[in-house]
Design a protein around this ligand. Structure first.
Ligand SMILES: Cc1ncc(C[n+]2csc(CCOP(=O)(O)OP(=O)(O)O)c2C)c(N)n1
Length: 281
């Protein structure tokens, strides 16, 4: 263990809060993406409550680190992390998914703190690459004349989403431009909307694929804060290439009776709502 136990506990508590708030949103909206939103919750907590430099009072601060959630359907834990950080009032959760509401079922840039409007999968990594390249503009230079990027860009992609060809175009381009301030995180929860990733489009072995593209590649347990923090910190140290963290996760993580089920886009019954709140007390 290299990280302070108190830090790990604080992040675990934040992850629980954002899962609980996500449940309230999905309950209020009568539909939601519980599975994929919960699988990425620990990663989101580590990024937003520790790793990233950002300022809820100044969401457009030019030098902020960027979080691009390419699997933008999994919006509830992202909104919950923003609300918990103070980007907007948690009152907004009550209108989640309603006609005309700010918080819709795919992230949109109208929400303070949201960097990317998504929904059509496969495009966020390209967007993140553009943001990462932009961080070199007007950047200071190191002693050998290389630009020191003004911020880092984190991009969460899905394993089902990785069927999209555009992901792999971005992978090639990011290496070509040696974009080392770009960290992609694969939420490898083994499911997509209509079944397992393996049965829909088997892309194994994942690690070999990313390594073949010469990205700095690491494979971790995406629910282990120690592992998440270490991977994020190590990514800062490797220069000259982009980084991929292949995070093994569990769809619906956090509510034991939901785990390993593909609750992709679903309505919570009264019993499920009660079970979720009980598990996340
Ligand atoms: C271009 C495109 N094709 C299809 C869809 C429909 N769709 C919504 S979610 C989803 C599954 C994505 O799987 P994954 O990235 O693994 O998401 P997770 O399981 O983490 O929710 C699909 C195919 C879409 N939103 N965009």
């Amino acid at each position: 263990m290299t990280h302070d136990e108190k830090l790990i506990q604080r992040l675990a508590e934040k992850a629980k809060i954002i899962r609980r708030d996500a449940v309230e949103m999905i309950w209020a909206g009568e539909l939601g993406w519980i599975g994929g939103s919960f699988s990425q919750a620990d990663i989101i907590a580590a990024l937003m409550f520790h790793q990233m430099k950002h300022d809820p009072k100044n969401p457009d601060w030019e030098d902020r680190d960027r979080l691009i959630v390419s699997k933008a359907h999994c919006c509830e834990t992202v909104y919950a992390a923003l609300g918990e950080s103070g980007y907007f009032s948690k009152e907004l959760y009550k209108s989640y998914g309603k006609m005309g509401a700010t918080l819709q079922a795919h992230t949109e840039r109208i929400v303070p703190g949201i960097e990317y409007s998504g929904g059509s999968l496969g495009q966020g990594l390209s967007f993140a690459l553009g943001e990462a390249l932009a961080a070199r503009i007007d950047a200071q230079k190191d002693s050998s004349g290389h630009p020191i990027p003004r911020y880092r860009v984190y991009c969460i992609i899905g394993d089902g989403e990785s069927n999209e060809g555009q992901i792999w175009e971005a992978v090639m381009a990011a290496l070509h431009y040696k974009v080392d301030n770009l960290v992609a995180i694969l939420d490898h929860n083994k499911f997509q909307s209509s079944g397992t990733v393996e049965e829909r489009m088997n892309m194994m072995p994942w690690v070999d694929k990313w390594k073949a593209f010469n990205w700095d590649t690491v494979e971790i347990d995406g629910h282990d804060f120690e592992a998440i923090l270490t991977a994020l910190e190590n990514a800062d140290k490797v220069k000259g290439k982009p980084h991929i963290i292949i995070a093994h996760t569990t769809k619906c993580k956090g509510v034991p009776s939901f785990e390993h089920k593909n609750l992709h886009f679903c309505k919570l019954s009264d019993e499920m709502y009660a079970e979720a709140l009980e598990a996340l007390k």
